[in-house]
Ligand binder design. Structure first.
Ligand SMILES: NC(=O)c1ccc[n+]([C@@H]2O[C@H](COP(=O)([O-])OP(=O)(O)OC[C@H]3O[C@@H](n4cnc5c(N)ncnc54)[C@H](OP(=O)(O)O)[C@@H]3O)[C@@H](O)[C@H]2O)c1
Length: 260
């Protein structure tokens, strides 16, 4: 299927690893220019080695999404180089393992930091780029949430932040003015995804039997997902074939979530 993405300019936050990197690769393979940010210049250089061979324009820079001014500076840099951005993927997030199991023992700081890393970062990028997309009369905004943004079960600060992202995408998707300007807003909600050097891989090494039991109980496919499987759905949601998909929260979880 021709996704119709050739020549589009895509910004993927946190595109140096995991789902973000797989998404950056998917867009580059579709002929998009790609901009990615993260906190570590070393990780960005490694990602650049993977993305350069696709031969499209590539911007990589350090930007911590906890900082509004850093987000604006990163967006300004991209706009100065490209003159616009067509696709925004709000991918940075996390904090599902932060805090303590006993909720009241968890500092308020954790609630604030998890909210800022997930929800507020998505708000800041989206608000900075909306005027640009409106002028262009075309735009795609996808936020990577979680199955825990659509149902209960995790640590509450994480569910709250992911639910806020899901709600933001739905509410913006229902806005007639924005839809009239050709912009769609969707969230993609992964289930448990196996990513090297992150929580699940550590858990698998720490407690192989417990991990096996968890997967057998919770994952209908008998395995965790891959970043590439999430990236493929993100790319589709941004494609011309998905022009009617707006305000949706799409589960990419192998059937793991309880929510409809
Ligand atoms: N993996 C899962 O099982 C799973 C399940 C459900 C939802 N998700 C969601 O999927 C998204 C991506 O997660 P992932 O598992 O792919 O994560 P990951 O492999 O840890 O990658 C995270 C990316 O974001 C960057 N990043 C982290 N904190 C940042 C910050 N403050 N500012 C800028 N960049 C930052 C990282 O680079 P640096 O560390 O260099 O900054 C890296 O490029 C998140 O929103 C997460 O909540 C993941």
């Amino acid at each position: 299927m021709d996704l119709g993405l050739t020549g589009k300019r895509a910004l993927i936050t946190g595109g140096s690893h995991g789902i973000g990197l797989a998404t950056a690769e998917a867009f580059a393979a579709e002929g998009c220019d790609v901009a990615i940010c993260s906190r570590s210049s070393e990780r960005l250089s490694e990602a650049a080695q993977i993305l350069k061979p696709f031969g499209r324009r590539l911007i990589t820079d350090v930007c911590d999404v906890h900082s509004g001014p850093a987000i604006n500076a990163f967006c300004d840099q991209i706009l100065a180089a490209w003159g616009g951005v067509d696709i925004l993927v709000n991918n940075v997030g996390g904090g599902g393992r932060w805090g303590k199991p006993q909720v009241e023992d968890t500092d308020e700081k954790v609630w604030i930091e998890v909210y800022e890393k997930n929800a507020l970062a998505a708000v800041r990028f989206t608000m900075r780029l909306l005027p640009v997309m409106r002028k262009q009369k075309w735009g795609r905004v996808v936020t990577v949430t979680s199955r825990l943004g659509r149902e209960g079960g995790g640590r509450p600060w994480f569910n709250m932040a992911k639910a806020a992202q899901t709600s933001m995408m739905k509410t913006l998707g229902m806005n007639h003015d924005l839809a009239g300007d050709g912009i769609t807003f969707n969230s993609v909600a992964p289930g448990n995804i196996m990513i090297p050097n992150t929580g699940w891989e550590e858990e698998m090494k720490r407690d192989p039997e417990g991990y096996k039991k968890y997967v057998a109980q919770e994952c209908p496919l008998g395995r965790l997902g891959t970043p590439e499987e999430v990236a493929a759905v993100i790319a589709f949601v941004c494609s011309k074939a998905a022009s009617l998909v707006n305000g949706a929260a799409i589960a990419v979880d192998g059937g793991e979530s309880r929510a409809f």
